[in-house]
Design a protein around this ligand. Structure first.
Ligand code: PLP
Length: 281
């Protein structure tokens, strides 16, 4: 039988495993599948956690991560890369070497970098040395960097923004650190203006100008995995040929649905997982 449709777009996710299933690699696989893309995964670290607590983090040896990425690249046509938790500077160095090699062959390869600082229950997933390495070696490779409010503040060594002016200034300041595009996520941003409090607003700063993506703020107790999901949804859209703005809009719409339907899972009283397959069940 002749194949007429294009091959399924492959997203390479390089991230940590969340044994509780809501975030990290597990969220990335579900998100890519929900977008009709195919996730190949290089695991950087294994975490032991649940909705309440991060209990242990074991970063894999960099050689192991190197072997996974090599095997994936030899066997699959990568259309976009998503980086989540990297685990150690040695792993990040190995990832950078692979990304540079991939970009030599595919100069336009989309690379979405979600800088992961903490688990949503609060435990630390990235240390300061790794944070410095992001600025130095990963920022220049990012097609898009997707920090939340706290991660942006940490990168800039500033207090988290409390006004929309400060929020915008931080997005611009990050973009000026040699990054092509920054999507500063507004989920943690609580405006002092009561009207603005009704919305969760993400700000994209890119060469074409600033754009806002605004959604009604949902009052849900489950949001574990939402950062990983947004970044992978964007990577899946880019892998399928969407523009950056189209891919962000599609991923935002998807995550709004996954958050809104998280209660259907009924898995944790707080900080539970979002519902990746709310369109199916
Ligand atoms: N990556 C891993 C392995 C994690 O365990 C977590 C959170 O627990 C994250 C990333 C970040 O999750 P979120 O998408 O909630 O920001």
């Amino acid at each position: 039988m002749a194949l007429t449709s294009p091959p399924t777009a492959v997203v390479l996710s390089i991230a940590g495993s969340d044994c509780s299933g809501g975030a990290g690699i597990q969220a990335d696989i579900k998100t890519a599948a929900a977008f009709g893309a195919f996730a190949a995964t290089a695991i950087t670290a294994i975490t032991a956690q649940n909705a309440r607590q991060l209990q242990a983090v074991y970063a894999l040896p960099a050689e192991q991560v190197d072997a996974q990425i090599t095997a994936i690249c030899q066997g699959l046509p990568i259309k976009a890369v998503k980086l989540g938790m990297l685990g150690s500077v040695a792993i990040a160095e190995c990832v950078v070497a692979h990304l540079k090699r991939l970009r030599k062959v595919q100069p336009q390869l989309p690379i979405v970098i979600d800088p992961v600082m903490k688990a949503s229950s609060g435990g630390v997933l990235s240390h300061q040395g790794l944070w410095d390495y992001y600025r130095q070696a990963l920022f220049p490779l990012a097609s898009l960097l997707t920090p939340n409010l706290l991660e942006a503040a940490e990168f800039l060594q500033q207090p988290p923004a409390t006004t929309f002016e400060a929020f915008t200034a931080q997005a611009l300041a990050l973009k000026s650190q040699n990054v092509s595009a920054v999507l500063l996520k507004g989920g943690h941003f609580v405006s002092q203006n009561p009207h603005e409090q009704q919305f969760a607003c993400d700000l994209l700063v890119c060469p074409q100008g600033p754009y806002t993506f605004s959604n009604t703020r949902l009052q849900v107790s489950a949001s574990h995995g939402s950062g990983c999901t947004l970044a992978t949804g964007i990577a899946a859209g880019l892998a399928q040929g969407l523009s950056l703005r189209q891919a962000i809009a599609a991923a935002k719409s998807y995550i709004q649905g996954a958050l809104a339907h998280s209660d259907r899972l009924q898995l944790a009283p707080s900080n539970g997982p979002i519902h990746h397959f709310y369109n199916l069940w």
